[in-house]
Design a binder for this molecule. Structure first.
Ligand code: SAM
Ligand code: SF4
Length: 338
């Protein structure tokens, strides 16, 4: 086995695979209202090309976690076949990779039987508000009921625990913090608040008005008794809090991903593949390594392995959002794969 290591000694075990840059929502922190210029179809990796790169990642680099994302991964017709192929793979140590999906949940209820049959292990559903109007204001689509239906279907399908991702925007959905917490605790979902990062439309992010993890925790503490869990979070991005049970909810865990105010870069174990076949060693990389051209030029697996190793070796030490010389990457979150 060849470890996918960078020059700071971190080894990648987690591969984020973006299956499309397209999306059926237009979340304000992620995309402009008019959408983006989608990649032309011929630039997007085919299912066979995706499968080959995933096989290299698992069989050669010992990647143990695969997360399918986008854009909206449910818009990829071959999603079930790609997951099914991934679950037949084994790392050099004989482990089957864990498979997870990050989705906005639209249409997930209908796809679940096929996804479960393909071997999907876990789902993260993004949900920023339980208020229909606020949900529609953030996502620019009136689809809250679709997401709620899908969440019920995920529980019924036994994919436990469901993680719910929420981004909090100042002046928009701060009041949803407690409502989302109550909703998720009552249903046994693990809610994770994510600090908004500068990965959306230009001008949408402002460090001085960003809602910080500490503010989110302060709001939660108004109603809940929180005990820190798992302070050595390792490569996991979320800092976890145990919420004590009360007469309204049975207790549970809530996570806060303080990507800006308390980044986990030092322990990051990720490598990323965009839907057009570019390796990015970090969400905030300014450098991409083109595996698609290698694949289409007839490269053998060793050549792909070497290109991927070179890309990962150059992984930045940290994203540097809070530093004066920070430059936002040219691709937005949806085009990289969140
Ligand atoms: N469309 C799917 C979804 O929304 O779950 C998958 C892709 S989306 C880019 C993945 C995650 O990134 C979502 O949970 C979303 O809330 C988060 N995200 C998008 N833009 C972000 C930003 N600027 N800062 C922080 N999180 C962001
Ligand atoms: Fe689409 Fe996900 Fe971005 Fe929202 S966060 S616009 S659902 S890719």
């Amino acid at each position: 086995m060849t470890d996918l290591v960078d020059s700071y000694g971190r080894t990648a075990r987690d591969l984020r695979v973006s299956l499309t840059d397209r999306c059926n929502l237009r979340c304000a922190y992620c995309m402009p209202a008019e959408g983006l210029a989608w990649l032309p179809g011929e630039e997007v990796l085919t299912d066979d090309e995706v499968n080959r790169l995933i096989a290299i990642a698992v069989q050669r680099f010992g990647i143990t976690k695969l997360r399918f994302t986008g854009g909206e991964p449910l818009l990829r017709p071959g999603l079930e076949r790609i997951i099914a192929a991934a679950t037949t793979l084994r790392t050099p140590e004989g482990h089957r990779p864990e498979t997870a999906l990050t989705t906005n949940g639209l249409g997930l209820d209908k796809r679940l039987p096929g996804l479960v049959e393909a071997g999907l292990d876990r789902v993260n559903v993004s949900l920023d508000s339980l208020d229909r109007e606020r949900y529609a204001r953030i996502t620019r689509r009136d689809r809250l009921s679709d997401v709620l239906r899908s969440l019920e279907a995920v529980v019924a399908a036994g994919l436990h625990p469901v993680k719910v991702n929420a981004v909090v925007m100042r002046g928009v959905n701060e009041d949803d913090v407690l409502a989302l917490a109550g909703f998720c605790l009552a249903r046994g979902h693990q809610l994770r608040f994510i600090e908004q990062m500068p990965l959306g439309p230009r001008g949408e992010w402002d460090r001085s008005s960003m809602v910080t993890a500490e503010e989110i925790l302060d709001r939660l503490r108004e109603h809940y008794d929180l005990t820190p869990l798992d302070q050595s979070r390792g490569a996991a991005p979320a800092e976890l809090w145990q919420v004590a049970a009360d007469e309204h909810q049975p207790g549970g865990r809530i996570g806060v991903i303080a990507s800006v105010t308390n980044p986990f870069c030092a322990a990051c174990d990720r490598t990323r593949l965009t839907s057009d076949g570019q390796v990015r060693s970090c969400l905030f990389s300014r450098r991409e390594t083109d595996l698609r051209t290698l694949l289409r030029g007839g490269a053998d697996d060793d050549e792909v392995v070497n290109a991927w190793l070179g890309a990962q070796a150059a992984k930045p030490r940290a994203h540097g959002i809070d530093e004066a010389d920070f430059v936002q990457p040219s691709r937005t979150m949806s085009a990289i794969g969140g």
